[in-house]
Design a binder for this molecule. Structure first.
Ligand code: IPM
Ligand code: MG
Length: 353
């Protein structure tokens, strides 16, 4: 097949890990007779420096016309000033919104060989296999009003958590569809004992559940879900939740796997176009040293092959290649090893049957 893929390396370790992701895609194209074309664009801090904006209209248009987008990370010390008019993260948020990427899939799986890198006891990690579906274009990230003002000499700032029933419906429905192909349990996480938007969320989730008699729905409050993630992570299958709860819980869950560097993500729209990125950030402390773990990006490439290009066999091959590299002892610094980013990439590519 032919596919056009936009690369947005971004900041920090982004370019280092995206380079490895691209090489995996090239290897897949070569062995499967596919033609993937790549176009590189700027996003985040580097785009602010070179174009004066965290995401230019040109980059956005290029993404709109592509089959998939592979992103590294955005942000860094240089652009950290909270009073700055433009911030790297705005590029990512605009991209999500403009491309209609309403569902963020973040799988959490544990490689048995890495249980000792996890702060959680090995017996609790047995059989952990969950899929987060984080709502990505609504909630408190985008709700209006969002502003700061001075009232009677006092500074005040406002964010709003807003959801329409349609926004809840489409993401919860996607979670149920995913659950049908898995263990058929959806945990919908909210704060319905306090928030009006969560009560709407819970009502709509129940309506969707009625469409899927083969799938069980359970509701859980976000604070107790945060505890259960550590105490009994294997009891989750698909977890669906609003934007900010999902942001927080997915960082927590990624720790189970032993390193933030291992976790991939896919941000999906109504159509085939998707954005794929590791869930880790730009890690400015280790940028440029060639020691970042490329696995989060390479597993994101597997999700890209699966979700945007419909290449399930190739997606599995990439996932298996990562598993084999880990089995054979390949470890970057975050996993207590000495393999460089490019060595890890090379070992994984050598396992692509
Ligand atoms: C994430 C990140 C982003 C978010 C930031 C960089 C805006 O933390 O993808 O989880 O909060 O969504
Ligand atoms: Mg986050």
């Amino acid at each position: 097949m032919n596919a056009k893929i936009i690369l947005l390396p971004g900041d920090g370790i982004g370019p280092e890990v995206v380079a490895e992701g691209r090489q995996v895609l090239e290897a897949i194209a070569k062995s499967g007779g596919h033609t993937f074309s790549f176009e590189k664009h700027l996003i985040g801090g580097i785009a602010i420096d070179e174009q004066g904006t965290a995401l230019s209209d040109e980059t956005l248009d290029a993404c709109r016309q592509a089959d998939a987008v592979l992103l590294g990370a955005v942000g860094g010390y240089k652009w950290d000033d909270p009073s700055a008019a433009v911030r790297p993260e705005q590029g990512l948020l605009r991209l999500r919104q403009e491309l209609g990427l309403f569902a963020n899939l973040r799988p959490v799986r544990i490689f048995p060989q890495l249980v000792d890198s996890s702060p959680v006891r090995p017996e609790r990690l047995k059989d952990v296999d969950m899929m987060f579906v984080r709502e990505l274009t609504g909630g408190i990230y985008f709700g209006k009003p969002q502003m700061k003002e001075v009232v009677d000499g006092k500074r005040r700032a406002v964010d709003s958590m807003v959801y329409t029933d349609e926004e809840v419906r489409r993401v919860v429905r996607l979670a149920f569809r995913l659950a049908q192909g898995r263990r058929k349990l959806v945990t919908s996480v909210d704060k319905a004992n306090v928030l009006e938007s969560s009560r709407l969320w819970r009502t709509v989730a129940a309506e969707i559940a009625a469409e899927f008699p083969d799938v069980t729905l359970e509701n859980q409050l976000v604070d107790s879900a945060a505890m259960r993630l550590i105490q009994n992570p294997a009891s989750f299958d698909v977890i669906v939740t609003e934007n900010m709860f999902g942001d927080i819980l997915t960082d927590e869950a990624s720790v189970l796997a032993g390193s933030l560097g291992m976790s991939p993500s896919a941000s999906l729209s109504e159509g085939k176009l998707g954005l794929y990125e590791p869930i880790h950030g730009s890690a400015p402390d280790i940028a440029g040293q060639g020691i970042a773990n490329p696995i989060g990006t390479i597993l994101s490439v597997a999700m890209l092959l699966r979700n945007s290009l419909g290449l399930e066999v190739e997606a599995k091959a990439v996932e298996q290649a990562v598993a084999r590299a880990i089995e054979e002892g390949a470890r970057t610094a975050d996993l207590g090893g000495k393999h460089s980013t490019s060595q890890m990439g090379e070992i994984i590519r050598s396992k692509l049957a």
